[in-house]
Design a protein around this ligand. Structure first.
Ligand code: C5P
Length: 223
């Protein structure tokens, strides 16, 4: 079965306060994007990779892929206004005979083979998709402005990460619907009545959002 990885790397990096997109922020001595590109390329599960980057960064992305020896990268496409738009643009490059699409956030650089294997396995067991997730460690509250409205029972809540794996045709159909407001691809598949399995996530898959997160991921790389 052919597995294509789609790497969503078209975020702006505004919250990092940079003059460059987040994917090109410095993670130790390299652009952040180098890390997930290299790791997906090294995965025995992944056959090919399409990366979505902000307009104007397609060529730097291809050059970076060449620099890190990521020979499975077949295209760098222009992302869209939202994450779902970027994923959709990348999925358009995936050939019809691909069986599975693995969608990953470039902002979670420390992807590894173990979590890829965990999300792929349910697809062989009849699931339409699979997401890695972690239990909620903190107490979860619903708020309105600055006021707490209620404390939510967290026992059946998890925090979803990427990489997320999907049967290719299921993901394509889900992306063809209304994608406004979607923060991950699984939510689109769920909305289309797809069955999505949950598998253990990985604490190292933190999402780089604030400047401190870059330091955290850099320290994890060093450790
Ligand atoms: O913005 P956020 O951190 O939620 O983005 C998650 C992932 O989606 C990041 O890897 C980011 O580059 C990507 N993204 C994208 N296109 C957008 C917005 C975000 O590919 N328009």
């Amino acid at each position: 079965m052919t597995v294509w990885a789609v790497l969503a790397a078209a975020g702006s990096g505004e919250r990092l306060g940079l003059d460059r997109p987040k994917a090109f922020a410095n993670l130790r001595v390299r652009p952040l994007l180098a890390e997930p590109l290299e790791r997906l390329d090294a995965s025995g599960w992944v056959d090919a990779i399409v990366v979505a980057v902000p307009a104007g960064w397609e060529e730097p992305a291809i050059l970076l892929a060449e620099e890190v020896g990521a020979g499975k990268v077949v295209a760098a496409v222009t992302g869209g206004a939202t994450r779902a738009d970027s994923v959709r643009a990348a999925v358009e490059e995936v050939p019809d005979d691909a069986a599975i699409i693995l969608v990953h956030d470039a902002a979670r650089p420390l992807v590894d083979d173990a979590v890829i294997e965990r999300v792929l396995r349910p697809l062989a067991e009849g699931w339409h998709g699979a997401v890695p997730a972690l239990p909620m460690a903190d107490t979860v509250k619903r708020i309105r402005g600055t006021e707490v409205v209620e404390t939510v029972d967290r026992s059946d809540l998890v925090a979803a990460q990427t990489p997320q794996a999907f049967l290719a045709d299921v993901l394509r159909t889900a992306l063809g619907g209304d994608v406004a407001g979607a923060t991950d691809c699984a939510s689109l598949v769920e909305a289309a009545d797809g069955r999505v399995a949950v598998v253990p996530g990985d604490r190292r898959l933190v999402k780089v959002t604030e400047p401190d997160d870059l330091e955290l991921v850099a320290s994890m790389l060093a450790g």
